[in-house]
Design a binder for this molecule. Structure first.
Ligand code: COA
Length: 550
């Protein structure tokens, strides 16, 4: 099988997984929802965002591999509303009534983090049965953070808007309760701390949904609703008008036609054309990549043991040579620490520093080169892009004696304390502390996307199973027992197979360890959207790192 065939097979499977997420609770529940005259979560989003604009959906595979429906009954992503990039989150009422399970909560936290770091307004499209009752113990206490995040967002002057389409009861009532602006749909919104049965139990009072928490009541009596919408379309129209009046700088330059992100491939030439036009309006200019991004399909080996030259990836992602930037990629220290490629480029006219693994292993030279490069990016307030394909830092006597831990620590220090925005793309392997040094999830890159070819774990599955066997053997010997190598084989095979499965992109995406699995050909567009989003907040490098051990 060629590299292209192998990648296309993985991408076809990715489409299948995304289709499961888009199907929400399944046809029966979608039909029932539509029969009630209601729009589905993604339909609401599609009407909310500017016509023909991009919606960068985040973590569409959240909950993959768990007992919960893929997507975690919540759709989150960044969309352009009245020219303003906004964090949009929409409950999917076709999945368990839109109830929040542990993955929903994690996905919502991540959306709030992205809104905070990138100074985005938040629009919540609400219709949820509250906490998923069977798993309430995992949601109830940590879930309070959702409401904390909303009000802290408001305190930072990052506006919060709730469009309430349906149920928003108990704790859920605090989503509109903590939002700056609220729009309630007549006949749809139901917002109360306790429904009629609970009130009856608590106080004996007889009541009904409408008098306890209907849209009309909240608009006229309680004042919780700022706007009473006639229907769902009207609510979305009012929501757009609220954003138009926020007096926010309209920075969005990506009037893209990408369909719903993650689920549909953008039409690349159209994306480039529109983005170029929008960039020119902002005084930015850029050229298309010098090499066709489609070639990425041929480049990435089906077997990750085969190395590939990351410069071939870079030239397919970054702006091509132009009068403005001279050449597409100015490599830094090309002769030193050659297993890590570092250099400067632009994506859609925005500057970026790139660190990309070449031969897989990181040696002391690579770690020191990375440390210097990260400091330079901070000196010039330039965002950084990390392209992962690493099996980690080099092990062995010579390397330990040469100070590989110290040098890796320098790189991890630089990554941890750097304050310019970081983007990470896991192209291939991302193993061991290499994942940390290259800005893995724990190091808070602003966005982290994964290719279907990626694999990430503490080490390779075969190596891990082999280490386990050596440890078991030593343990048996220390107890004076005879090691049963034949008997251990079953355990070893099982561990290897399960680590293999747990290293794969869907599994990692399901755990919210990335912001989505993307088609390599979309990388440029996705990174361009991310850079546009990042530009909503000031970009300032630091000169304050921790102690660099020497
Ligand atoms: N936890 C777990 N499952 C829930 C749930 C919740 N909070 N709310 C709804 N579901 C499940 C239902 O059991 C049902 O499952 P099934 O189809 O497998 O039988 C499915 O979601 C759809 O619910 P249904 O009641 O048929 O949908 P609906 O659209 O008519 O009503 C609600 C949706 C949310 C209004 C209604 O289900 C409800 O009132 N749920 C409880 C709300 C609540 O009190 N939550 C606690 C707040 S902390």
């Amino acid at each position: 099988m060629t590299n292209r065939e192998s990648m296309l097979e993985k991408l076809a499977d990715l489409d299948t997984q995304h289709a499961v997420a888009v199907a929400g609770g399944g046809q029966k529940y979608v039909d029932r929802h539509h029969a009630r005259g209601k729009l589905a979560a993604r339909e609401r989003i599609e009407l909310l965002v500017d016509p023909g604009s991009a919606f960068l959906e985040l973590s569409p595979l959240a909950g993959w591999g768990s007992d919960f429906t893929i997507g975690a009954s919540l759709v989150t992503g960044i969309g352009v509303v009245e020219g303003v990039e906004c964090m949009i989150s929409a409950n999917d009422p076709t999945v368990k009534g839109g109830a929040s399970n542990p993955w929903t909560v994690k996905k919502a936290f991540r959306a709030a983090q992205i809104a905070e770091e990138n100074n985005l307004p938040t629009i919540s499209l609400v219709e949820s049965g509250g906490a998923d009752l069977p798993t309430q113990k995992e949601i109830f206490i940590p879930g309070g953070r959702l409401f904390r995040d909303l009000t802290r967002s408001s305190a930072r002057k990052q506006p919060t808007i709730a469009l309430v389409f349906g149920n928003s009861t108990a704790g859920g009532a605090y989503v509109p309760g903590m939002s700056d602006y609220t729009v309630f749909v007549r006949g749809g919104a139901k917002v109360f701390l306790g429904g009629p049965p609970l009130v009856k139990m608590a106080t004996g009072e007889e009541s009904d949904d409408e008098s306890l928490g209907g849209a009309e009541m909240h608009a006229r009596v309680s004042g919780l609703a700022d706007y009473l919408a006639e229907d769902e379309h009207d609510a979305i129209r009012i929501g757009r008008r609220i954003v138009a009046r926020l007096n926010r700088r309209r920075t969005a330059h990506l009037g893209l036609d990408s369909g719903l992100g993650g689920t549909a491939r953008p039409a690349a030439p159209l994306v480039e054309q529109r983005a170029q036009r929008a960039c020119r309006n902002q005084g930015l200019a850029f050229a298309e990549p010098d090499a066709d991004p489609d070639g990425l399909l041929d480049l990435i080996p089906a077997d990750l043991k085969e190395p590939f030259d990351p410069r071939e990836v870079i030239v397919r992602i970054v702006d091509g040579a132009s009068a403005d930037n001279g050449r597409p990629f100015d490599e830094f220290k090309p002769l030193y620490g050659t297993s890590l490629v570092t250099g400067w480029a632009e994506i859609h006219g925005r500057p970026i520093g790139i660190l990309a693994n070449a031969q897989g292993v990181l040696f002391s030279e690579e770690a020191q080169k990375a440390t210097q490069f990260i400091q330079l990016a901070n000196q010039s307030d330039t965002p950084l892009l990390f392209l992962h394909n690493t099996t980690g830092y080099m092990v062995g006597k010579d390397y330990e004696q040469g100070g590989i831990i110290k040098h890796g620590a320098q790189m991890i220090n630089a990554v941890s304390n750097s304050t310019v925005p970081h983007l990470s793309v896991i192209m291939g392997a991302s193993y061991g502390a290499g994942n940390y040094g290259m800005n893995g999830r724990a190091f808070d890159p602003r966005f982290l996307f994964t290719w279907p070819s990626a694999k990430s774990a503490v080490m390779g599955p075969a190596q891990l199973a082999g280490v386990l066997e050596i440890v078991a053997q030593q343990s048996a010997e220390s107890k004076g027992e005879v090691f049963d190598a034949e008997g251990f084989k079953g355990i070893k095979d099982y561990v290897e197979a399960s680590v293999e499965e747990q290293s794969l992109p869907y599994f990692l995406s399901g755990m919210l360890y990335d912001d989505g699995v993307i088609d390599p050909r979309d990388t440029r567009t996705v990174l361009a959207i991310c850079l546009s989003v990042i530009a909503n907040a000031p970009i300032r490098g630091t000169d304050r790192f921790g102690v660099f051990r020497t």
